[in-house]
Ligand binder design. Sequence first.
Ligand code: KIV
Length: 257
Amino acid sequence: MKKWNVASVRASKGVERLGCCTAYDSCFARLADEAGVPILLVGDSMGMTMLGYETTLPVKLEETLSATAAVARAAKNAMVVADMPFGSYQCGDDLAVANAVKCIQAGADAVKLEGGARVCGLVKRLTEAGIPVLAHVGMTPQSVNEYGGFKRQGKTREAAEKVLADAKAVEAAGAFAVTLECIPAELAAEVTAALKIVTIGIGAGPVCDAQWLVMHDLLGLSERVPSFVKQYAHLADEVRTAFSAYVAEVRGGAFPS
Ligand code: KIV
């Protein structure tokens, strides 16, 4: 199998729907890669899934770089996308480009950043510098303080027009795909029909070109899961059972035998 890249992701539109997910370490990245997941996102959701924070905001670039390198070492066929954390691209475009270069040098094939029209200049610069960009519009979790919580976006016609305009703007700036997070399904369908690039939905209904799920939600490892998530396994139960059995066997002398 050939490694997924910008060209093959672009070519998948209208041909094949891609089930993509996050990954934050080599162990799970290897399993997802072997299972055929086409895109592994080293999401800043690691702040919540791996690091115990309430939001994605505290994630540092160094944490993203270390996780990206771990995922990239394991991903043989999947495209690896580094999610630029809050603060790594808000302090001027020169610093943002330098930080995106660090992501690529850590092993990412592309970077993801949040925002529509307001990040278009940066999307253009990164693309021109040879750094593929996966954009992210709709509910952008790094704006949680602006929203006052993780709230569905694009609910009024005016708000929907803004999401559509943002998606068109990042496409025009050179993004090869765009994440549509937590927007009404009808709006996601409208955006998907309006764009030539691949839309990757999360909490945005079935009519997108591809889907994301956070790996810990998909595998049943998260404490709380959003209502749109489908859990394909319940690993938390299995892991707890294995730990309890181990503790009990050591306590009772059954292990080591
Ligand atoms: O960090 C993340 O998990 C994301 C989602 C859109 C998949 O950005």
